[in-house]
Design a protein around this ligand. Structure first.
Ligand SMILES: Cc1cc2nc3c(=O)[nH]c(=O)nc-3n(C[C@H](O)[C@H](O)[C@H](O)COP(=O)(O)O)c2cc1C
Length: 194
């Protein structure tokens, strides 16, 4: 199984880190691409550079990385077999571009490929509050079959940290992409913690 992961320049780099970690833990092949604003946010929020994180993931044989301007990358083509894509976190700019078919970088092109090939596409939006433009673009994406998965914390679980909340979102992403068929027992409502 191969999943494309796009990291755009919204706040919430931790969400991307936890999603990549969860996919690799499930032995899923990860094809990663991040925008330039995403790299800036990463440095700010993760206390390490994006390049350092790439280096760590690169030890895993299931990991590959592409530059944002690399339109010759295999994930820019529908002929490259993947099982879907997640954009995590997704900025409103990327949501706007994908909803309009504006494929001007590799994240947006890979998302467009998912739509045309009718593969699962999950978008984890990060903005607050949302204006009518944001909401309209997300509604359009939902109409095209995209899963809009806000990174809401699971208020019904006894979690204490942002990391735990991001792990929960990552598990929901895996579920939506068909990597897993259900959430781990401890993350289900009515589980041992309630
Ligand atoms: C530290 C930082 C945090 C940001 N957080 C958000 C955010 O949460 N949501 C958002 O839509 N844009 C956010 N932005 C703005 C985007 O980075 C900007 O709109 C950029 O053009 C997005 O480009 P991209 O979607 O190609 O990554 C943030 C920018 C910075 C520098």
């Amino acid at each position: 199984m191969r999943i494309v992961v796009g990291i755009s320049g919204a706040s919430g780099s931790l969400l991307a880190a936890k999603t990549i970690e969860a996919l690799l833990n499930h032995k899923v092949r990860v094809s990663l691409v991040a925008s330039n604003p995403a790299r800036m946010v990463w440095q700010h929020e993760m206390n390490m550079s994006y390049g350092e994180s790439i280096e760590e993931w690169s030890y895993n044989d299931n990991f590959e990385h592409f530059a944002i301007g690399d339109f010759k990358a295999p994930i820019a083509s529908g002929t490259y077999p993947t099982n879907g894509m997640v954009i995590v976190p997704s900025s409103m700019a990327t949501i706007s571009a994908v909803s309009k078919g504006l494929s001007d970088n590799l994240i947006r092109r890979a998302a467009d490929v998912c739509l045309k090939e009718r593969r699962p596409l999950v978008v984890v939006p990060r903005e607050s509050p949302l204006n009518a433009i944001h909401l309209g673009n997300m509604k359009d994406l939902a109409t095209f079959g995209v899963t809009i998965l806000p990174p809401d914390p699971p208020y019904y679980l006894p979690i204490n940290t942002l990391a735990e909340s991001a792990e929960f979102t990552a598990q929901k992403v895996l579920n939506s992409l068909g990597v897993t068929s259900q959430l781990p027992k401890e993350m289900q409502y009515g589980g041992p913690t309630t």
